[in-house]
Design a protein around this ligand. Structure first.
Ligand SMILES: Cc1cc2nc3c(=O)[nH]c(=O)nc-3n(C[C@H](O)[C@H](O)[C@H](O)COP(=O)(O)OP(=O)(O)OC[C@H]3O[C@@H](n4cnc5c(N)ncnc54)[C@H](O)[C@@H]3O)c2cc1C
Length: 488
């Protein structure tokens, strides 16, 4: 049968200043780019598969936020790193936009691309071998932290820092930073990467590290996907404990809670320190809890409650102390996530607000923001407030306030997705909160949903903007990568 343009289903007008159209030929099951209906060039031969079916496009048109929806023209499930190279080169040649997608747990369309190509990294999930002697492991970008933990724990080793939720991809969290309760001792996940393998926006496969293409390395870690697609990462490992002791310490006032957190962060007597803020029965956000964890053997001695709790000013009546296996501690959210999914709340809109406050003004700024927060505006979500230690946060693009102990302040809101008026109002509240925090010398941790323009990004990156923009010009000269961040 002749292959005529009429047999080709044109999917979308495409982007990046070109009039190109991606077309899918159902006869050859091939994907082609046309400008005036004339084929420009066929799609490269792939080890994996390219999808243009409705289910694939619809799935990758959304994310955990359930707020922004942008439909791609095609989805690559790579069978190899070679596929990523081939398709990025193809898109680069034709000026088509591309976004890698790990687990799609951004909340504001960060991994979406209208009319372009989504590269699902999930198939690139190889792990290991774990190199015990040099305490490192190389993993595919699509590997989930839960699987990395299980594989390294089999050798008594662990990545030093985890996000609270383990089912995020390595590439996804290394693109944003990766903060957790261990950050006060070890920095962010990006501070514990030894080497990356990436495909630049120009389609070049490169290895980079602090000594090899350092400009690229520093533009990719916490670089929000703007210069290259991470295909693999070599991670630093440390010895893992077998068990941990988990403490929940209640506080009646913000000032004492913050002071004790600061003490714990700077002294480092616990391996992990976070904190949560809850509402009382009248709806005031004035219930504070420090969550702290001490590691047991073989990393530390059996935790000594008296020594660990000495000098802390918590409310003794509500203390909870639990011994847990190390992996059970890392995976502690699994049961609540399953319950949220069961109740349909995982599919709620998540207009998340993630800020980093300078320690010196955290009591005032967090106090004001908590004073204005209502249980209705949080919905079935949580508020996190915990200290970081600046000297361990060395990745240039992970922006931090100029303060030795900044605090992460996260209002992890949830609202019914059909209630678009409420979602819009919460997005606008996020913007106001960001303005307050920026005026006090703070910034955002860019995983949430704060309306942000190009000028805001310039302000966000501040002194490193110039180098970031240069790296973008060098490694993604046609500007095809990750438009959903709205940076360039
Ligand atoms: C329930 C939940 C809990 C969370 N807890 C924490 C936490 O404790 N600490 C913390 O720091 N963050 C946390 N986050 C935020 C999370 O780290 C980020 O949203 C992260 O980007 C999600 O990873 P992902 O695999 O879903 O990435 P995606 O949402 O798929 O992608 C995020 C961004 O990175 C880009 N990207 C993805 N893969 C690559 C790659 N291989 N190369 C280049 N760019 C890429 C995407 O294009 C997109 O712009 C949490 C999020 C959720 C939903």
């Amino acid at each position: 049968m002749p292959r005529t343009p009429s047999r080709r289903t044109a999917l979308r007008g495409l982007v990046a200043g070109s009039a190109a159209v991606i077309g899918f030929d159902p006869f050859t099951r091939g994907w082609a780019v046309t400008d005036t209906g004339r084929p420009l060039k066929g799609v490269p031969r792939l080890d994996g598969t390219l999808h243009t079916d409705d289910a694939s496009l619809t799935a990758d048109a959304g994310d955990f936020g359930h707020i922004v929806h942008r439909r791609p023209a095609a989805v690559l499930r790579p069978g190899s790193v070679r596929d990523v190279v081939a398709m990025v080169r193809f898109c680069n040649r034709h000026g088509l936009r591309v976004a890698p997608r790990g687990q799609g747990h951004g909340t504001n369309g960060q991994a979406q691309v209208e009319g372009g190509l989504i590269i699902e990294t999930e198939p690139l999930a190889s792990i290991g071998p774990v190199q015990v002697d040099s305490s490192r492991v190389t993993v595919g970008a699509g590997a989930k932290w839960s699987d990395v933990a299980k594989a390294t724990l089999a050798h008594g080793l662990t990545p030093p820092v985890f996000t609270d939720y383990l089912e995020l991809s390595v590439g996804g969290t290394l693109s944003v930073g990766g903060l957790g309760g261990q950050t006060h001792r070890h920095g962010a996940q990006v501070d514990n990467v030894l080497e990356l393998e990436v495909v630049t926006g120009a389609g070049e496969l490169l290895r980079c590290s602090p000594t090899r293409h350092p400009d690229l390395f520093h533009a990719v870690l916490a670089g929000l996907g703007q210069c290259a697609v991470i295909v693999a990462a070599t991670l630093r490992l440390v010895r893992a404990p077998e068990t941990v002791r988990h403490y929940l310490l209640p506080y009646a006032d913000l000032g004492t809670f913050l002071d004790d957190q600061r003490l714990l962060a700077t002294e480092g007597r616990f391996a992990y320190v976070e904190g949560q803020v809850g509402a009382d029965t009248a709806g005031a956000f004035d219930q504070f809890t420090i969550e702290a964890v001490a590691y047991g053997p073989p990393v530390g001695d059996t935790p000594d409650d008296t020594a660990l709790l000495r000098g802390l000013r918590y409310e003794a009546s509500g203390v909870q102390i639990t011994d847990l296996g190390y992996y059970d501690f890392l995976d502690r959210l699994a049961a609540s996530v399953a319950a949220l999914k069961e109740a349909g709340l995982w599919a709620y809109a998540h207009p998340w607000l993630n800020l980093v406050l300078p320690g010196r003004s955290t009591a005032d700024v967090a106090g004001a923001l908590l004073g204005a927060l209502t249980p209705a505006d949080l919905g079935p979500g949580v508020v996190l407030l915990y200290p970081l230690v600046r000297e361990h946060l060395r990745t240039p693009l992970l922006r931090m306030p100029d303060d030795p102990v900044p605090y992460l302040f996260a209002v992890l809101r949830a609202a019914p997705p059909e209630d678009t008026a409420t979602v819009r109002r919460l997005l606008s509240a996020n913007r106001s909160a960001y303005e307050t925090v920026a005026a006090a010398g703070g910034t955002q941790y860019p995983v949430g949903s704060i309306p942000f323009e190009h000028a805001d990004w310039r302000r966000h990156f501040g002194p490193v903007w110039k180098r970031f923009a240069e790296a973008r010009r060098t490694y993604d000269p046609k500007g095809i990568l990750v438009p959903g961040q709205g940076i360039f």
